[in-house]
Design a protein around this ligand. Structure first.
Ligand code: DON
Length: 306
C-alpha cells in the first residue's frame, strides 16, 4: 500500500494540469494548487499516507456527510419529508430544481439539502450549541480532539453567501426552514469551514467502512443499515453533477468539497481521504479524482469489481 501511494504521489507531483482553485469563497482562492495529499486507513486500522497528508484544508461539503449522519440520529426517517434522496444532475448551488419541487431539495449533499439538514439538527438550539455538537461529533468519529473550525474561511463564506441565502430563504418561503434563516446559514457556513487533514478525514470516514462501527472500540456510530444507506447516497449524490463520472471512474461512495478534498469509502476494506485544491469544471478535486482512479485500479476496491 505504501508503494502504491508513493507512486500516486509522484505521478500527481508531475501533473501540470491541476484544475482551478475555488475562488467564489475568497479565503479558498489563496490556497496553493501545487499540493497533494492522500491517506488510506485499512479496516484493520493500519494507516498509510503520502504527500501533504498532514496539511490542514477546508473540508467544505464533505462535512455534509457528518451532518447528515447526525440528523438521521436525531430525527431518523422524518428527515426525508424535507429532503430527497435522488441525484440532482445540477450544480451544487443550483436553485432551478427547488422551484419545480416546492422547495424540497433533491438530496442532503447539494447546498439546499445540507442547509435543510442543519435546520433539522438545530432543533431549537442556538447556532453555537449546534456547532459545538457538530465539531464534537467529528472529533469523536475521527478520534482526534484537535479538530476545529477555521473562522477566517467561515467569515469569508458569510460575506459572499448570497447564493446560499437565496436557497435558504426560498426553502423558508415553503415553510421548510424552521429556525431563523440567518442562524441556519451561519451554522451551515461554519460546519463547511471545519479544517482537517487527510489523516484525520480518513479516520473520520472509518465508521462508514466498518458497517457503522466506531474504529478502535466496540461502540457503534450508526447501525449497519444506516452506514450502507449513507454510502449509497454518497455514491449517487456525493459529487453533484459529476457523480456519474465519479462512479464510472472510481466506483466508490465518495464526497467532495470545494476545498479540494474527497472522502471515499471502500466498504469493509478502507476509508480514503485525498486532497488537492485544484477543481474540475463541476467543482470536484481534479487530481483527487485521478488519484482515486489509480488507487482502485491498483487495489481492485471499486464496488463494481475489477
Ligand atoms: O456553500 C458552499 O458553497 C460551500 N460552503 C460548500 C460547497 C462545496 O463544497 C461544494 N462541493 N464541491
Amino acid at each position: 500500500m505504501q508503494k502504491i501511494l508513493d507512486d500516486i504521489n509522484e505521478l500527481m507531483a508531475a501533473n501540470t494540469d491541476r484544475g482551478k482553485v475555488a475562488d467564489y469563497i475568497p479565503q479558498l482562492a489563496c490556497v496553493d494548487s501545487n499540493q497533494f495529499g492522500i491517506t488510506v486507513v485499512l479496516a484493520d486500522g493500519q494507516v498509510f499516507s503520502a504527500g501533504s497528508s498532514a496539511q490542514l484544508f477546508s473540508i467544505q461539503s464533505i462535512s455534509k456527510v457528518f451532518t447528515l449522519t447526525m440528523a438521521l440520529g436525531k430525527i431518523g426517517d422524518a428527515l426525508w419529508s424535507n429532503v430527497g434522496r435522488e441525484p440532482s444532475g445540477d450544480a451544487f448551488n443550483s436553485i432551478v430544481q427547488l422551484e419545480h419541487e416546492h422547495g424540497k431539495p433533491r438530496n442532503p449533499f447539494i447546498n439546499a439539502g445540507a442547509i435543510a439538514v442543519v435546520d433539522a439538527i438545530m432543533m431549537g438550539h442556538q447556532p453555537k450549541e449546534t456547532l459545538a455538537e457538530i465539531v464534537q461529533f467529528v472529533r469523536y468519529i475521527a478520534n482526534d480532539s484537535s479538530i476545529s473550525i477555521d473562522d477566517k474561511v467561515a467569515r469569508s463564506e458569510v460575506e459572499t453567501g448570497h447564493r446560499n441565502a437565496s436557497l435558504a430563504h426560498f426553502m423558508a418561503s415553503f415553510g421548510r426552514i424552521k429556525h431563523l434563516v440567518d442562524c441556519v446559514l451561519g451554522t451551515y457556513y461554519h460546519h463547511c469551514s471545519i479544517a482537517m487533514n487527510c489523516e484525520q478525514l480518513a479516520q473520520a470516514g472509518m465508521f462508514l467502512a466498518l458497517d457503522g462501527m466506531h474504529q478502535n472500540s466496540t461502540n457503534r456510530v450508526v447501525s449497519a443499515q444506516r452506514a450502507r444507506r449513507i454510502n449509497s447516497l454518497m455514491l449517487m449524490c456525493g459529487h453533484y453533477d459529476g457523480s456519474g463520472e465519479f462512479a464510472y471512474r472510481v466506483g466508490l461512495p465518495g464526497k467532495s468539497g470545494v476545498g479540494g478534498g474527497i472522502l471515499a469509502i471502500a466498504p469493509g476494506k478502507a476509508s480514503i481521504a485525498v486532497w488537492s485544491p485544484g477543481l474540475d469544471s463541476v467543482g470536484n478535486s481534479k487530481l483527487g479524482t485521478e488519484a482515486l482512479e489509480i488507487l482502485v485500479q491498483q487495489t481492485g476496491w471499486s464496488i463494481f469489481g475489477h
